[in-house]
Design a protein around this ligand. Sequence first.
Ligand code: ADP
Length: 541
Amino acid sequence: MTHDASEKVNETAGVVGQAQAVLAVALQAYIAIDTDGRVKGWNPAAERIFGYTPAQACKRDVADLIVPARLRDAHRAGLARLVVGGPGRRLGQQMQLSALHRDGHEFPIELALTVTEEPGGRMFHAFAHDVTTARRAARFADIEAAIALGMAEADSSTVAARRVVDALGVKMGWAVVELWLVDEDRQLLTCAARHTEPGRRLGDFALSDLEFGVALPGRVCADGAARWIPDLSADGASLRSVAAARLGLHVAVGVPLSTGRHTLGALCVYGDRVEDPEDTVLGLLSGLAAHVGQYLERRRAEELTVELARTKDEFLAMVTHELRNPLAVIASTVSLFGEELDDLTGEQQRQYLRVIARSSQRLSVMAEDLLDLASLESGHLAVDLVDTDLCAIITEAVHTNTTPVAAKQLTMTAHLPDRLDLHADPSRLRQVADNLLSNAIKYTPAGGTITVTAGLDDTGQKIVWTVADTGIGIPRAERPRLFRRFYRASTALNKRIPGCGLGLVIIRTIVERHRGTITLGEHAGPGTTFVIRLPTSAPTG
Ligand code: ADP
């Protein structure tokens, strides 16, 4: 060997030694493979990123080590093309790939490949780094931007809630995302928006309202703390977790929507699995929940102002008409009574007294309704649940109303089974029955019919109770507003039928406190049908 040549060899050895020292401390993974895909070089960063020590990795097929099974054929075909000097499009470029860790989880990497010609054949050198955190940050930023934009452009809190759940569902790949809001009036949680992955049927998981303390949203709202349920099937205490597990949903996370002072609701996500660490997901969701909470609080304040102004107007209109009329009748009857007292027969006196009694009755019903509404507003409408037979309650209400029915020449029929057992407050259900019947009587002209039915639905889990009449009806366009305070349909106002628009609000609250629903049913011909659905037994969670 000449002097020059030996110097070159020493220099090369030095460079190789230096390169190895550099690779040993590099933050990027370095992997060298030969033309068969066997590992020839594996630095400590590669061990950190992929989980194998250099000794475990060397001489193994790189595809078996770090390429997810579904991508191995493509990887081998690509390597074969590079080995024969085929199109080396990938050489020198940054590639985004999915890699497999020794523990089996997949994660995203960025990788650049170079090739060198060695005495034993070509050698491929890959430099790679784990981009999970960077990708996650980009994804989270994207979600935050989508949600902020969605809320800014929404013209109501309902639309905003929809956008929040859709953005989270689509961008994070959660199968189900729900936004629940506390309804102070009814002391319940209602599902303001739900995103469901296309093709997934939720069945009895998709509830529209929940009690405090029940299911994940109810528990999050009850104590205002975030919750992570890693295995829904193990959460046997909650019926909804069991339903979720049946649908193949394994993990659930719920965070409170709060404004710092009080909890407005909960943001809950359900999925098959979670790739991101628990604290990262909780961090993201809590951050989003804080934004959504602040937004909803602002929006609610605006909506409340409008609602308050409307309620005030409608309340004034109600007081003017409904309070003044019976008072005027009482005042004028008393004055006439006084003037004509000496000339009146016993029967005429009784007639005057009946007019006064009817008007004071109207006033006392209104006072009762207003008191009930007040307790409703303060969230204190009490329901005392005991084992109850709905048929007995309906039968009694029908009997009590036979006199007004006969007076208006109406026909009232009831089709009921022997018993319908449920866990309920009998006096509150009686209030519902009386209210629906008195409305049917009030809004049905003489000669009409009223039909009451009750029975179990096809599942045997729900009682369906209907009250139908052939009366003045409620125009379809007005039906969405029917359960608002003081709302009266144009059909009732046009005919000047007295009323104050409180009964249905109270009925709905009572029914919902029993975990039931009240809707207007499809009705052929003139008239109205109310449909109430109630669970047959008390819910447990
Ligand atoms: P009120 O009868 O005192 O006005 P409700 O809250 O019971 O109050 O009813 C609200 C409105 O719904 C009524 O004013 C009426 O317009 C309409 N309504 C309720 N029940 C019936 C019915 N059976 N037929 C027609 N309209 C009805």
